[in-house]
Design a protein around this ligand. Sequence first.
Ligand SMILES: [Zn+2]
Length: 219
Amino acid sequence: MGNWFSKGYDSAQEQIASTASKFARDFFLKSGEEVKGVRILDDDSTNIRAHFVKGYGWFTCTQDEDCPLCMRAAQPHSTVGKAQNQFVFNVYDPREFTTKVGDTVNGQVKIWRVGINLLRMLNKKRSKYGPYPYLILEISKLGTGRNTTWNVEVERDENPFTLPEGQKLYDLEEILKPKTKEEIAAILDGGSYDDAPAFENLPFNNDDEDDEEVDWRKT
Ligand SMILES: [Zn+2]
């Protein structure tokens, strides 16, 4: 047996940080919410397909016939949704939050999973105002599911955004890497698995259907 305990507050914080690094916090807005000062931290999106699993959140699709989630999604009354297109960014969410150890922090890096309509909208803003890291976004959302309307207002910063000290980007290739069949079985059937995503900050529904008709407000 190795070191199965540590002592003290600093170690507690390190422990929380290292175990938290196995999952990503999702950028999420409730209907009617508005956030000013959001920054996209990546130059481009990472494009995947993903399944929404009720109660667990998003799981990346392997996009081949071996995808265990596609098999589950095909079963009647499955809690696993069909794979859908997802375009993923690291973003900086400036909202204040409280960590698990009770510290108040201004802003944090999250991952933002957007559908094709929102990606097109962001791409238009980029064409007009410049690369993503220069954009200061004011984002609001109304409605849920297929009736979601996003509004994005943009201002251009003189410089690309730099992260506050101590914060870093998620390694999206690592975070989004599809789980194996065994890992998925352990999470969805076994109920205890180290890499199970934490339930805080998960989107509680599936807001970015790629085929939904969205009535974008022009800005
Ligand atoms: Zn799949």
